[in-house]
Design a protein around this ligand. Structure first.
Ligand code: FDA
Length: 490
């Protein structure tokens, strides 16, 4: 890129002239605005590269001007929508490069069109706000995206987006039909004017690499008036949880697409949470079938609850429907830092290995493994249809997770080490044939090292670098794990 020096003062002046709200380091409100959407509280500590400015656009035009001001003055912009980035790269720089943060939180309008079952959603909206707006328009429409309500649409859609409807309807990006993108020149583009490769790239190729996505048009999906949910905990006192998880991994990816059963595994128990697009009477025989169910869950009619889809969205978050539009996280989430990483499992892991995981690996404070079933629609989307490549053949995804109070004496060193050790432990069990070890971009992990590209995107990585060259040839939008320009053929 340019050899000329950056001019932060010029940037500030450029924004002020356009009446765009901006907070400067050292100013009173700077920390308030910055900290408001830091969703991994371990990054609240003032030890990493903070933005020089927090910029708060109030409309699309402001975003265009902010990008132009940044480009002209060579001040890079990082975009933050919901602030859930696992490594905080939307609001901090590890390599200490000076940058300004563009905070999208004021741009969060959701417009639902009942006639066409579509919606336009701005990137600063949270998933909770999106789901709530859909449910106000119709109780028979829903959208397949993530579980956590405060996740931002901007980052989430950029990297894929999975949740309880994924086995029936795929990822969020599988249901995006148009988008508006501001490129590094400040030009506002739509699906047609950005071109096919770029429209492909922004649907799963990761946020922060191609431009600022202002808003997305999505195809809504039909949900039944009644859905069913259950939560069953299996204690491991007699090894029952080892048994249930071993069974789950064979059964859950092959169940009907309407049924999603997630497992949260800790040393003393496994917790199974399900959402089913249908009634409890239809759900019970599926789960309790001796041949292809998980009778180990001992599910009974009294464990099963029927409700509307939007109530199920709240239920899996232990929240109420009215909570969906609250932009604050729980007391617990705002006081605990975390470290996590992901794997994709292609063949069932042996029972003896699960026993080792339960009795040895998980015997650490706050250590968890979260298992999400694939199959269904996930297997029917070709690997190159979107940049998200983890499709047919994946039985389930696995998240290795540890958390700690932000004020803990070791600042999370032990929890972080646990995730790294567990990742090393899992290596032999997640490899299958020539398949490289995969990872989920939206659970970004800087420990993946310099080969993160093919891990997140497999064979799609190279096409992403070409899309990058098309839309951002000077690499204006960048961070420690953004898509680079293609290597020049020598
Ligand atoms: P944030 O604002 O931090 O942005 C993430 C990245 O995208 C950054 O690189 C940023 O620059 C870029 N970006 C943001 N807005 C952009 C825009 N408008 N245009 C271009 N680039 C933009 N995932 C999942 O699939 N299913 C789930 O159920 C969950 N649940 C979950 C729970 C919790 C507690 C956390 C912390 C995270 C998840 N996630 C998840 C992961 C989540 O999808 C991922 O962290 C998203 O990137 C978060 O998007 P935000 O907008 O909130 O993040």
């Amino acid at each position: 890129s340019s050899s000329q020096a950056a001019s932060p003062a010029g940037f500030l002046q450029c924004l002020t002239k356009a009446n765009i709200s901006v907070f400067e380091q050292g100013e009173d409100l700077f920390n308030t605005q910055l900290d408001k959407y830091i969703r991994n509280p371990k990054f609240l500590a003032n030890t990493t590269g903070r933005p020089l400015y927090v910029v708060m656009p109030a409309n699309a035009h402001h975003v265009q001007i902010a990008v132009r001001c940044g480009s002209l003055n060579r001040v890079p912009l990082r975009v933050r929508s919901g602030g859930h980035d696992y490594e905080g790269l939307s609001y901090r720089s590890v390599d200490n490069e000076g940058f300004a943060m563009l905070d999208m939180s004021e741009l969060r309008t959701v417009v639902v069109d009942n006639q066409t079952s579509t919606a336009w959603v701005e990137s600063g909206a949270t998933l909770g706000e999106l789901y709530y707006a859909i449910s106000k328009a119709s109780n028979l429409l829903g959208f397949p995206a993530g579980v956590c309500l405060t996740v931002g649409v901007g980052g989430h859609f950029s990297g894929g987006g999975f949740g309880t409807l994924m086995r029936k309807h795929g990822l969020a990006v599988d249901n995006v039909i148009d988008a508006e993108l501001v490129d590094a020149n400040g030009t506002l583009l739509n699906k047609t004017t950005m071109g096919g490769d770029v429209f492909w790239a922004i649907r799963g190729g990761g946020g922060g690499s191609f431009g600022v996505v202002l808003r997305w048009q999505v195809r809504l999906v039909t949900v039944p008036a009644t859905v069913s949910v259950f939560k069953v905990s299996v204690s491991n006192s007699q090894g029952a949880a080892v048994h249930a998880v071993t069974k789950w991994q064979k059964v859950a990816p092959a169940l009907p697409d309407e049924l999603y059963i997630r497992a949260l595994v800790q040393s003393d128990m496994a917790v199974f949470r399900a959402v089913f697009l249908g009634t409890c009477d239809a759900l019970l025989p599926l789960v309790m079938s001796r041949s292809d169910g998980i009778a180990e869950l001992n599910l009974s009619r009294s464990n099963c609850k029927e409700m509307s889809w939007i109530e199920s969205v709240a239920y899996v978050n232990n929240a109420t429907v009215e909570d969906l539009t609250k932009r604050t996280t729980s007391e617990f989430d705002s006081s605990h830092g975390f470290k996590a990483t992901t794997d994709y499992v292609r063949r069932a892991i042996r029972r003896e290995v699960w026993a080792k995981i339960f009795y040895k690996q998980l015997r650490q404070p706050n250590a968890q493994v979260i298992l999400v079933p694939y199959g269904g629609k996930m297997s029917n989307v070709p690997e190159d249809a979107t940049p998200y490549p983890h499709r047919a053949g994946v039985q389930y995804s696995m998240q290795l997770y540890n958390y700690w109070p932000v004020d803990s004496a070791d600042s999370g060193a032990m929890g972080t080490k646990w995730v790294r050790d567990m990742y090393a432990f899992m290596a032999p069990y997640v490899r299958s044939g020539s398949e490289p070890r995969g990872a989920y971009f939206n659970c970004r992990d800087l420990d993946l090292g310099p080969d993160w590209g093919p891990k997140y995107f497999k064979g799609n990585y190279e096409r992403l670098t070409k899309a990058k060259a098309e839309i951002d040839p000077h690499n204006y939008f960048r961070n420690e794990q953004s898509i680079p320009l293609p290597k020049r053929a020598s």
